[in-house]
Design a protein. Structure first.
Length: 368
């Protein structure tokens, strides 16, 4: 009897037929924001997401062997509020403490945003294997009781200890704490993607993020995880940095907006190309600082020149960088500018001066 071959895309398509609004399903991201449009209140039952995860991963990516039902209330992991003098650090399974990181936590501390520290309990001592900096922050915030998830070593059986290759309950607990510390902080750590961070701030009404989003969308761009879709803006961190540049009156977003408008006028549906709009925003800023007036006609001239000489925005930034390095090599310079944004900045100034030169621009560091 033939084994049925799992066709993931077919199964995804079948699953998506249940939804009025389709959404992207990939290994690295299921688009839950679009998925939420299928629900009256925008809140998705976790079981529906679990089903989507199962289909996206397929039958070959399941826990092996299939776990038996597990009730954590009957397991070795417990929760308690404990006294400060019951908390300990055993450096065998912990990293060094970083006072500067502790101070960083304190600058953004909120009682509603405390991740519960985790520990092993040996006797009456709770030895933290994760959340030490958090516990120290709570102490400095004058907490009188400390929440902790802990592994109750009294509930670990001799069979568990021996199966792991240990003779001693404490040594097994220490090994388990070390394994868990690395699981949590190294092996299985998933950094928050810039797109997710931006969307969370946007949808929870962070004022600067809303303003940046409004500038972005007014120019015809939309925040996207996938950079290869029409009108996508995926360079979130760089966008925030350029958005935050202020003019002489302390106003943010001015240079960011104009650079995106240039990009849109020149290439309409193309996704935002970082090393086109970012060097332009820097040029607008530097021109204003140095007292040069860059009129709208400049944007039209430069856009036409880019399209005529290079074509699409990706080809444009690649060609400008290539021109920069060719000149450096020809002139024998060994120290290029320290970032692509400044290399393209120099190259586009030289291109405009050589090809059009109608208005005066700031002086490029590397001139040709």
């Amino acid at each position: 009897m033939k084994t049925k071959v799992y066709n993931r895309q077919v199964e995804i398509n079948k699953y998506l037929k249940k939804f009025k609004t389709p959404f992207e399903m990939k290994d690295d991201a299921i688009d839950t924001r679009t998925m939420a449009e299928n629900y009256d209140n925008g809140i998705i039952p976790l079981q529906d997401i679990a089903d989507a995860i199962g289909i996206a991963l397929g039958p070959n990516k399941k826990p092996i062997p299939t776990p038996d039902p597990y009730d954590p209330r009957e397991g070795v992991v417990k929760f308690a509020y404990v006294e400060w003098n019951q908390l300990y650090l055993w450096p065998r399974f912990q990293r060094d403490v970083a006072p500067n990181h502790l101070y960083k936590i304190e600058q953004d501390f909120d009682h509603t945003c405390v991740i519960v520290p985790t520990a092993i309990k040996i006797g009456e001592q709770y030895m933290l294997w994760d959340g030490h900096h958090t516990a120290q922050s709570m102490k400095r915030q004058n907490y009188t009781a400390f929440p902790v998830w802990y592994i109750d070593t009294d509930m670990i059986t001799d069979d568990q200890v021996q199966e792991a290759g240990f003779d001693d309950n404490t040594e097994y607990a220490v090994w388990l704490a070390g394994q868990n510390m690395i699981r949590i902080n190294s092996r299985n750590k998933r950094k928050l993607h810039a797109y997710d961070e931006f969307m969370i701030l946007l949808e929870t009404k962070d004022a600067d993020t809303v303003k940046m989003y409004n500038i972005m969308t007014s120019a015809g761009f939309y925040p996207k995880r996938n950079p290869n879709t029409n009108n996508a803006f995926s360079q979130i961190k760089s966008g925030q940095s350029i958005y935050e540049m202020t003019d002489d009156y302390g106003v943010t977003g001015k240079y960011f907006k104009r650079a995106l408008q240039f990009h849109k006028r020149t290439w309409d549906l193309a996704p935002a190309e970082l090393e086109v709009w970012r060097p332009l925003a820097l040029l607008y800023k530097m021109a204003e600082v140095e007292g040069f007036a860059i009129d709208e006609e400049f944007d039209i001239e430069l856009g036409k020149l880019f399209k005529k000489d290079f074509g699409d925005p990706t080809s444009t930034q690649l060609a400008l960088k290539e021109n920069y390095y060719k000149v450096l090599e020809k002139k024998g310079f060994t120290q290029p500018r320290d970032h692509d944004q400044w290399r393209v900045y120099d190259a586009l100034i030289n291109l405009y001066n050589k090809s059009i030169g109608r208005i005066q621009l700031p002086t490029a560091q590397c001139r040709w």
